[in-house]
Design a binder for this molecule. Sequence first.
Ligand code: FES
Length: 56
Amino acid sequence: MYVCLCKGVNDRAIRDAVEEGARSWREVRERTGCATQCGKCAGTGKGIMREAISEE
Ligand code: FES
């Protein structure tokens, strides 16, 4: 599912960033580009990041 329409980032990309070691929202943003334009997707993106971290 697309999380960020501006940058075309899906939930898989966020999960992959966490699997590759991202542990903060800043790192996930830097790696995926999520929420670097309009920012509307930040809440959803953070939620997926937290879920992915808690599953590790
Ligand atoms: Fe993600 Fe706009 S939808 S920055």
